[in-house]
Design a protein around this ligand. Structure first.
Ligand SMILES: Nc1ncnc2c1ncn2[C@@H]1O[C@H](COP(=O)(O)OP(=O)(O)OP(=O)(O)O)[C@@H](O)[C@H]1O
Length: 257
């Protein structure tokens, strides 16, 4: 059974067609690199899958159930790291994480124990009782990552999850994702850092202006399209060949007096 099945997914915002008929079947135990230019429709797709955006046409099945039909029960099996996470700054990490844990159906005690241990492993345990407003960017990101995984979800949607993390933490999170995948978890990984996507993804899906323009593992995409790194392939497939001219122009404007 496919963990996620998307059929002819379309979404408009006013006159603007943001998704133009997406079809996707996703197996369990995969890391899916979901990439595309700014405004391509990645976050919109993820928000539809999470039940946060309505008004789409087509259908979305998660664990074989239409997300319109299943009273949101599937949400306890999903974790989400949004691109820009809104944490409650006035709460301590402990208050925030135990709250999120309980939203996902864990007991207070269980949430507390797991959250403290996870913060310890990510080396921010000293701040467990501190307000989130006092956290650095990377520390906040670690809390958001913990909050998305505390309930051990089967599907993870990660939007730029490594943002603000130092090199050691990046290494650790990548390793965790790899191990979660081996345990059968499905990870939807959306990012603009092509080197990371190229390395960690079992399958890469490239969205361009609301359409899927490439789908396969890195080798397949390389063979059926162009040679080069994922970054180069991305630029070619999204038709971006003018960086040299644009950078010249940018600097020319800077020099204007
Ligand atoms: N709530 C909204 N109302 C109107 N238009 C929206 C809304 N949300 C997104 N859009 C538009 O939909 C398009 C796709 O946006 P989306 O956030 O899905 O892109 P993205 O691929 O995630 O981009 P990025 O890489 O910049 O995060 C954009 O043109 C955006 O302006």
């Amino acid at each position: 059974m496919n963990v996620i099945e998307i059929k002819d997914l379309r979404m408009n915002y006013g006159q603007k067609e943001v998704l133009k008929g997406i079809n996707l079947n996703i197996d369990r135990g995969n890391i899916i690199g979901y990439i595309g230019s700014n405004g391509a429709g990645k976050s919109t797709t993820i928000k539809i899958l999470l039940g946060l955006v309505k008004g789409y046409s087509g259908s979305v099945y998660i664990f074989g159930n239409d997300i319109e039909d299943i009273n949101n029960k599937y949400k306890n099996k999903i974790g989400y790291v949004p691109e820009v996470a809104k944490v409650y700054e006035s709460l301590t990490a402990r208050e925030y994480l135990t709250f999120i844990g309980q939203v996902y159906g864990l007991s207070y005690e269980k949430s507390d124990k797991k959250a403290r241990r996870l913060m310890e492993i990510l080396k921010i345990e000293h701040a467990y009782e501190s307000r989130l407003s006092s956290f650095s960017k990377g520390m906040k990101q670690k809390v958001v990552i913990i909050s998305s995984m505390l309930h051990n979800p089967d599907i993870l949607f990660l939007d730029e999850p490594l943002s603000g993390l130092d090199a050691n933490s990046v290494l650790l999170i990548k390793e965790i994702l790899h191990k979660l995948k081996q345990e059968g978890k499905t990870i939807f990984y959306s990012s603009h850092i092509m080197e990371v996507v190229e390395k960690i993804s079992d399958r890469i899906i490239l969205l361009d202006k609301g359409n899927i323009v490439a789908d396969g593992n890195f080798e397949q995409i390389k063979n059926t399209n162009f040679e080069g790194s994922l970054e180069e392939i991305f630029n070619q497939l999204t038709g971006f060949e003018e960086h040299s001219n644009l950078s010249d122009e940018f600097i020319k404007v800077l020099k204007e007096v």
